[in-house]
Design a protein around this ligand. Structure first.
Ligand code: PLP
Length: 406
């Protein structure tokens, strides 16, 4: 039977302390013990059901973690203060000095910077590859490789990773396949396709209101326990824990994720198809022209669509800047990084979210100056949005004036 991630979230039943329809929020950083012996046992990791200190975890964090694990189909999950607060400890838990990682070369700029600049300082080396080329991935594996790292839909180029193919390579070589699924929640379920660890920045679609940061690591109970271990757990010791109040608010937003994703996808698909027929250089995984379109179709939970992200290459940074400023002026969205908001957000990744990547490397991976990344919003009238965007493109010389009339 098809995996239904939104059903899995909805099937969970939580009650608050006094029968509330939402679980009570644990507004405490520390917890009392009835006996000193239980406190000792808890620190040893032997007292199930006891809480010790909220950096370790809290009831509210566990509720959110369980809902996200249900969504991804993993045994359990650990929520963190930010997406990077999920990615860096998950990697550091699996690697030590001398370890090697094979990573996609098109990933979020912060993750790229961590792997390229920070991890080598602690003896962890990374080979960056074209993740859509499985042969290249396999060739890059060495005896010290521990992880294959990728994003299901990559930031910002929207390349699609063949998760089943990568999982096969990963299993054959006894590696862990770690997939950042931030761009495609619900649409793609990486663990069901063979990923061992699934990461999200909750800051984006999952929370969906651009009012908080958050992250999650979804995986086996054994891995999550290891991350939280008081003696050598990377999450516990690096300390990027989520606050309970935030966990409670993200859980409430998670319940409408399926409705929002459908609308984001529908709107983005509409605009991408229109822009393409106007002759613009648009990249959207839902278009037949997208290199990974068929692969996406084989992996997707169809009802949520191809996601809310698209890119448009308008030829130069100056044109990109002119267009973004004009669209903001005309209230079509915000010139801002991040994604998953009700308003459309746009930015030029080459000078923002991927600026950590050198100009030369940007060129090599096909990240051009004029590329604008759009996170398409929940606009109720996307046809009107399209008309208004097209006018902006005519007024900035990106489209010929006659297009405004069509
Ligand atoms: N993963 C992806 C794909 C992202 O786009 C981002 C942020 O833009 C992150 C991870 C990092 O998440 P956060 O900003 O919540 O730390």
């Amino acid at each position: 039977m098809a995996f239904k991630p939104a059903n899995k979230i909805q099937d969970l039943q939580y009650f608050g302390e006094f029968g509330g329809v939402n679980p009570s929020i644990s507004d405490s950083s520390t917890y009392t013990f009835l006996s000193a012996k239980t406190m000792f046992d808890t620190f040893e990791g032997n007292a199930e059901g006891c809480y010790l200190y909220s950096r370790h975890t809290s009831p509210s964090n566990l509720y959110l973690g369980e809902a996200l694990a249900a969504m991804e189909g993993t045994e359990t999950a650990h929520v963190t203060a930010t997406g990077m607060g999920a990615i860096t400890p998950a990697i550091m838990q699996l690697c030590k000095a001398g370890s090697h990682i094979v990573a996609s070369r098109t990933i979020y700029g912060g993750t790229y910077a961590f792997l390229k600049n920070f991890a080598p300082q602690i003896g962890i080396e990374t080979t960056f590859v074209d993740i859509t080329n499985l042969e290249e991935v396999e060739k890059a594996i060495s005896e010290n490789t521990k992880i294959i790292y990728c994003e299901s839909v990559s930031n910002p180029l929207l390349e699609i990773a063949d998760i089943e193919g990568l999982s096969e390579i990963s299993k054959k070589n006894h590696l862990q396949l770690m997939v950042d699924n931030t761009f495609s929640p619900l649409s793609i379920s990486p663990a069901k396709l063979g990923a061992d660890v699934v990461i999200h920045s909750l800051t984006k679609f999952i929370n969906g209101s651009s009012d908080t940061m958050g992250g999650v690591i979804c995986g086996t109970q054994e891995f999550i326990d290891a991350l939280r271990n008081v003696n050598d757990g990377a999450s516990m010791l690096l300390g990027a824990s989520m606050d309970s109040l935030r966990a409670a608010s993200i859980l409430k937003n998670l319940r409408t994720l399926h409705i929002r994703m459908k609308q984001h996808s529908q709107n983005a698909h509409y605009l991408a198809a229109k822009f393409e027929s106007d002759g613009l250089r648009v990249v959207y995984p839902g278009l037949d022209s997208h290199k990974g379109h068929e692969l996406f179709q084989t992996m997707m939970n169809t009802e949520y669509g191809f996601g809310g992200m698209l890119t448009l290459d308008v030829g130069s940074l100056d044109k990109a800047n002119d267009l973004m400023e004009l669209m903001q002026e005309r209230n079509l969205g915000y010139l801002a990084v991040s994604l998953g908001f009700y308003k459309t957000l746009f930015s030029a990744p080459g000078t923002s979210t991927s600026s950590e990547i050198s100009e030369e490397e940007q060129k090599e991976m096909g990240l051009s100056d004029g590329l604008i990344r759009f996170s398409i919003g929940l606009d109720n009238d996307i046809k009107r949005t399209y008309q208004l965007m097209k006018e902006c493109m005519c007024d900035t010389g990106i489209l010929e004036p006659q297009f405004a009339l069509n």
